[in-house]
Design a protein around this ligand. Structure first.
Ligand code: MN
Length: 255
């Protein structure tokens, strides 16, 4: 049984190479990844142009590898429905350079790769490392191997995935793993308005993280504590606690 690896940083990403090599040492893997970086593409899928997959080889990895012109979610669909000879046992997306915490999940191509795996009924894990500057992919890859083994052993409920964030610390400074909930990470100064060399206005989206303390038990809090954050994520976005009250309010509207 094979582990399908994808990512959103693209086929050339050293984070994905570290993940693939570490997993391949203990179990069969196959890689299907975007040919270019597709970070922050969320759960986009390609419906209006042809998808292509090109077989290639990655140095130091004895496993089938494809690069596609699709998004991370496209890659999982192509891998599961056609490219891999059998249905993968687990889908792993990453290792992303930079964390995926709180509100990042909505935008994250890394998390969406794992979501697509969950939608297809395959236990899935998204893995990110806590810094995009000098990320320690080898440490995060070791953590990823342990969690893939856990998921293979215990499975995951339907329509759920694990979102894993590994602090960017040396191996001996990691303070264990903790199950967390999704925090509320916000950004400030999100829009940069500039002028190009021809005098035209352009915008650059981004921003920095709000310097507010993170609530205990959240994904961002765990990372600050030097712990690996493992958040179980479910696909159903219903605000269950609001159904009864909303129902009462709607009954008062006569149609
Ligand atoms: Mn990325």
């Amino acid at each position: 049984m094979t582990v399908l690896i994808t990512n959103d940083d693209g086929i050339a990403s050293p984070g994905m190479h570290a993940l693939a090599r570490a997993l391949a040492a203990v179990m069969p893997v196959a890689v299907v990844a975007p040919e270019h970086e597709r970070s922050a593409t969320g759960h986009a899928i390609t419906l209006h142009k042809p998808l292509r997959a090109v077989r290639l080889a990655l140095p130091g990895l004895d496993a089938p590898v494809w690069a596609t012109n699709g998004t991370p979610a496209d890659c999982v669909v192509l891998g599961v429905l056609d490219l891999l000879p059998q249905r993968p046992e687990v889908v792993v997306s990453g290792i992303n350079a930079g964390p995926n915490l709180g509100g990042d999940l909505t935008y994250s191509g890394t998390v969406s790769g794992a979501m697509e795996g969950a939608i297809m009924g395959i236990p899935s894990v998204a893995v990110s490392v806590g810094a995009d500057d000098a990320p320690r992919f080898d440490v995060a890859a070791e953590v990823a191997v342990r969690l893939v083994q856990l998921v293979r052993e215990h499975g995951l409920p339907a329509d759920t995935l694990l979102n894993v964030n590994v602090p960017n610390l040396p191996r001996d400074r990691l303070r264990g793993m903790v199950a967390t909930h999704q925090g509320r990470r916000r950004y400030i100064n999100r829009l940069d308005k500039r002028r190009d060399p021809r005098g035209q206005t352009y915008y650059w989206l981004g921003g920095e993280r709000e310097p507010a303390p993170d609530e205990e038990g959240t994904d961002a809090w765990a990372l600050q504590q030097g712990m690996v954050s493992v958040t179980p994520i479910q696909m159903n976005m219903t605000a269950t606690g609001l159904i009864a009250e909303l129902g009462r309010l709607l009954r008062d509207i006569s149609l």
